[in-house]
Design a protein around this ligand. Sequence first.
Ligand SMILES: [Zn+2]
Length: 387
Amino acid sequence: MVSPAFVFKWGIKKKLLLIELVLILCGRVTIVWDAMRILGGNALELPNRSKPSLPALTIDKDHVRQSLEDELTVNNLICCNLLLDGEFYTLYLDILKKSKSILHFIRATEEQLFSEYRAIQKVLRHFMHPSRLGSRISRLVLVRNILAHRIVPREKLGHIPEDKKKELEEALFKATKEVYTDVRKKVVSLSNKIQKSVSAFEGRRNIDLNTLSSTIVHFCRRCMRIVSLDRFRQRTCACGQKITRLSQVKQIPINHFNDRLIDFLEKNYWLEYGLDYLLKRKNFQTFVGYYVLGHSGVWHEIDNIAVSRGQNYRFFCECKNAEVKEKDIFVFSGKMIDIGCTRGYLFTTSEKVTDEIVRLGRAKNIDIVTGVLKRGTKSLLEEIKES
Ligand SMILES: [Zn+2]
């Protein structure tokens, strides 16, 4: 039989336990709520309750960057795990250049194209000579009207003889068509070169890259102007042709890197993901391109964070696709101090750094790893210490 005293004692203990549990839960909720409030509900916390020697980090990721990385072709590039491969780097640098050129040509205004093309300038020079038109028509009037996307209107040509007006109109139409024909040839040639180099690389490495995007370009069959991109649209071309049927346009698919992939490459995020692949191979838990809250209350962008699976070792990495300067070490070291990280690596595509920079890095507990595109995976993996 259970004595009443025991029931009383047990009842008190139960109550105390319950109160304690409620207090703990409230405490947890308040801490989580506080963190969410401070970080606008978007931050993550690296849990590390069991190891007080390695304090928890408050980290957050920029939405714009996250959506960029989620884009399909960007994600395919990240997942190919070839970002630090020297041959692959040369390939995508070349495609990047060609893609930018394609996008420039298919999106350029006539004003931009005419300023680049000699065909139009030749016509202008030809008709600028007073004897050609027998009039004082100014170069300005001509240029302004050409740039307004049409052949010079007859009323602007004033008292120019009819035969000369016709001659000028025909010459401008011919020159415009020449410009757009050349644009078409250029973009088709660039697209073909891109596909050829990608398929050759895929064949050599036995992989599928899936990083190219396709744009269907619609050219007016009469003047060769680009009338629409991606899908067919009914409209009046600048040459005066009313385009209502598909047969009035030439549809050409052009392959290139899209804007997001170009952005990803130009911002050097590829280097951070190349390094991330190495860190994952070392079995670290990794975070790429996160902001970390410093003790000062300032958020610092850290390229790579690596945490050992046992949660007792953590380091930060900085990636540089340029020469390393003293300032880079000081800035990186400053971020580490403010956050409370004691170990860092600086990975650079540069093949050499000065002895002073190495010494400075060593003093701040930052190892500098050079020539990341030349060394090969094995050599790079040896540089990263596991504890
Ligand atoms: Zn046209």
